[in-house]
Structures are given as structure tokens and as C-alpha cells.
Design a protein around this ligand. Structure first.
Ligand code: ZN
Length: 400
């Protein structure tokens, strides 16, 4: 933990500005050990093995190939020439983190421990590498979690969101469930200090919803959202702010459908208490037999996916964001071709078009506060994962 950095508004000196006496002081005092928390050293400090530039931080680490996470000390990250070190002030739990926590087959095939996980974050820059020019110490930033290569075909043709070589923060690169994280300056997004940390850390997942909802304009349109997990709820809030005429949402959770109403959804349909046929009929009735202009499929559930296609009007559009667990049977002729619809696959955010658009949506009054249902200190992460596994939550935010 670096000294003198305890909140976002405090002045944060760069390590290079530390006077010579500081190093001598640290060398003399630190060996006393981290167990001594004297009043002159309110922050946790490194022990005998962690002199001066080997200070330690608290982090949540996937230490081995099995379920769970370990809260442990790790060395503070060091910046490369183009990197910044960010003191993480808020970081939220994502479904990806739950996959890694639960250690499901996807995580087993994709993640190589040891790894600090977490990728939705905001924080304050406390140190920069020698070549950094875009940000400076003290800047309040969020992070694009896709670390793109910058030189593949996609990166060079304005499609970096599908970079062939991208690495993911918290999966391929040590992540944000920690006091500090090192990131290339190219993925940092300067954020208005007016946006509180529990909202600022959500810009990354919100960006998914912005791209899903606004891949085509939906002002004045009727919109169906199948799946009210956090990204589906974000998409509902985005659609509302962007001027959708009417929003219908489906989910299997009464808890989440209630959150959907709180962010402006007009009609909610519970797929647990209603049959698939009755939900399709209800959508037809609500839209006076026309169907919706746009379906946003946010669940990956096969029944919901067919609702998304059967409910969209001829010539409309379907956005696919939810990820099915396996192949799905599909009547392409009747569900897509003869309807003349447009289908979009959405992955990640447009770099950085989505981030600019999200900033504008905040200015336009985007309200996502009801979706942030729980906040915990970082050390209480297990409660957060239990909530996610139960489905009885919106977004869970941790404060390192
Ligand atoms: Zn690339």
C-alpha cells in the first residue's frame, strides 16, 4: 500500500517525488513489521521481506484450479513505460467473475492461476510510466477491459472491439479485485469526478448495454428485452433514456423484474409463472398484434431467444448479447429470412465510441442507481458471489 493515499479527493504524490529521507525512513522502520500499526503509519506496510519498493497490497487471487478465491497479499504492481498504476476505488462483480469463482468448465479452459481477477473498475492514478502522456497522477479513470493489440486487421480498421489478439483484464492480465492495478494508458477512460465511484466502475458493463441497445436507433420504438440480469437492466435504462416508446421485459426472477420496473420498463412478464405461449401472446397483445421494433436478447436462454425472434415485427431487428450454454435449434427460414430482419451479435464495447456515448447518456439523465443493489468492502467478496449465485441481486460493487 502506498503512503498518503486513502481517498479519491486527496492529493496523491508520485513516488518519484518522494524525498531521500523517505527511503531511509522506510528502510529503518518497515522491518518492524506489518503487524505494528503505529499512529505514524496508519496504512498497512510491508514486512521484513517487503522493503521500500516491494510494498504489498491486498488482492483477491484465483490461486489454484478449483472453486473459490483467496484474499491475500501481493506485491504492488509496477508500471511499464506505457502503463499507469491505479488505486482501485470501486470494482464490481460480473458474471465472468462468478464463472471463475465457481470454476466452471469455461473458467477451467480459459483461466490460468495464479491470477488476480476483476475487470469492472474505477480509481485514481497514483503513478505513471516514463512514456505516459494521456493521463497523469491524480486522474480519476475507469478502464476498458479489452486490452487490444493495436496492429491486427480489426484494430487497424476501426473494429478493435473484435481484436483478434485481445487480452482481458482479470482473465489474461492481473485484474481489479485489488488495491492497485497496472494498466496501459490506452485503455483508461477519464471520468468526471461528478460520477460517484459505485457508478463510475460500472461504465464497462454499461457499455455492453449501450452497444446492445443502440446498435440501431430506437427512439420512439417498441423494445422487448429478454433477460433482466444486470446487463439487461442496464439496456432497459439505456433504452428509456434514448427515447424508446415502450419497453417490455421478460425474466424468470420476480426480484429482477421488479428492478426492471424501477428503471422504467412498462410491462414485465415472468417466464416462471407464465408459459412460453402465453408470454408470446401477451407481447402480441401489448403491441396490438404488430410485434416489437427491436428485440434485445440478453439471457442466452433458448426459450427467451425464440421469444426475441417470434416477437419482432417483419423488418425489425434483433440484438443478441446473451450467451447460450450450447448449440440451439433454430428455424432460420421462418425466424429470420422470411421476416427480413437484421440480427446483430454484440460483444464488448466499441472503442471508444460506446464510452463517449455513455458519457452523453449520463448527461441526459441515465438512471442506473436502482440496479446497484449491494456494496461491500473487498474483504466481504464471498457475500457478493453468494448473492450472484442466488440471483437475488442487481449489481454488486466492492470497495478495496
Ligand atoms: Zn488487434
Amino acid at each position: 500500500m502506498r503512503q498518503g493515499q486513502t481517498n479519491a479527493t486527496q492529493h496523491i504524490p508520485a513516488p518519484s517525488t518522494r524525498p531521500r529521507w523517505y527511503r531511509a525512513f522506510i528502510v529503518c522502520i518497515l522491518p518492524i513489521g506489518r503487524s505494528l500499526r503505529n499512529p505514524f503509519f496508519p496504512e498497512r506496510v510491508g514486512g521484513i521481506a517487503h522493503l521500500v519498493y516491494n510494498e504489498a497490497m491486498r488482492a483477491l487471487v484465483k490461486t489454484s484450479a478449483q472453486p473459490g478465491l483467496t484474499a491475500t497479499d501481493r506485491p504492488d504492481p509496477k508500471p511499464g513505460p506505457a502503463d499507469a498504476i491505479i488505486r482501485v476505488t470501486a470494482t464490481s462483480l460480473c458474471g465472468t467473475d462468478a464463472h471463475i469463482y465457481n470454476w466452471d468448465p469455461w473458467a477451467h479452459s480459459r483461466v490460468h492461476p495464479p491470477r488476480i481477477i476483476g475487470h469492472e473498475m474505477c480509481g485514481v492514478i497514483v503513478e505513471v510510466g516514463s512514456d505516459v502522456t494521456l493521463v497523469k497522477v491524480g486522474d480519476y479513470v475507469a478502464a476498458e477491459s479489452h486490452l487490444t493489440c493495436g496492429h491486427c486487421f480489426q484494430c487497424r480498421t476501426g473494429q478493435a472491439h473484435v481484436c483478434k489478439n485481445y487480452r482481458i483484464l482479470g482473465v489474461d492480465h492481473d485484474g481489479s479485485f485489488a488495491e492497485y492495478v497496472a494498466l496501459p494508458e490506452s485503455v483508461l477512460w477519464k471520468t468526471s469526478p461528478a460520477i460517484p465511484r459505485e457508478l463510475a466502475c460500472l461504465q464497462e458493463p454499461l457499455g455492453n448495454a449501450v452497444d446492445a441497445a443502440l446498435v440501431e436507433n430506437l427512439t420512439g420504438q417498441t423494445v422487448l428485452i429478454t433477460g433482466c440480469g444486470p446487463t439487461g437492466l442496464f439496456a432497459a435504462a439505456v433504452a428509456r433514456t434514448a427515447g424508446a416508446a415502450m419497453i417490455i421485459a421478460t425474466d424468470v426472477s420476480a426480484y429482477r423484474l421488479d428492478l426492471a420496473k424501477q428503471v422504467g420498463v412498462d410491462h414485465v412478464l415472468n417466464a416462471t409463472t407464465e408459459t412460453a405461449d402465453r408470454i408470446a401472446a401477451a407481447i402480441r397483445e401489448i403491441t396490438a398484434g404488430e410485434g416489437v421494433d427491436a428485440s434485445l436478447e440478453m439471457s442466452g436462454n433458448p426459450t427467451a431467444l425464440h421469444h426475441a425472434f417470434s416477437s419482432v415485427k417483419n423488418g425489425g431487428r434483433v440484438t443478441l448479447f446473451g450467451i447460450p450454454t450450447g448449440p440451439i435449434m433454430f428455424d432460420l427460414a421462418n425466424e429470420v429470412i422470411f421476416k427480413g430482419i437484421r440480427v446483430y451479435g454484440i460483444t464488448g464495447r466499441r472503442l471508444f465510441k460506446t464510452w463517449y456515448r455513455l458519457t452523453g447518456l449520463f448527461q441526459a439523465g441515465l438512471n442506473i442507481k436502482p440496479i446497484i443493489t449491494h456494496t461491500f468492502p473487498l474483504k466481504d467478496f464471498t457475500r457478493g458471489f453468494e448473492l450472484i449465485n442466488s440471483g437475488q441481486c442487481g449489481k454488486v460493487v466492492l470497495f478495496p
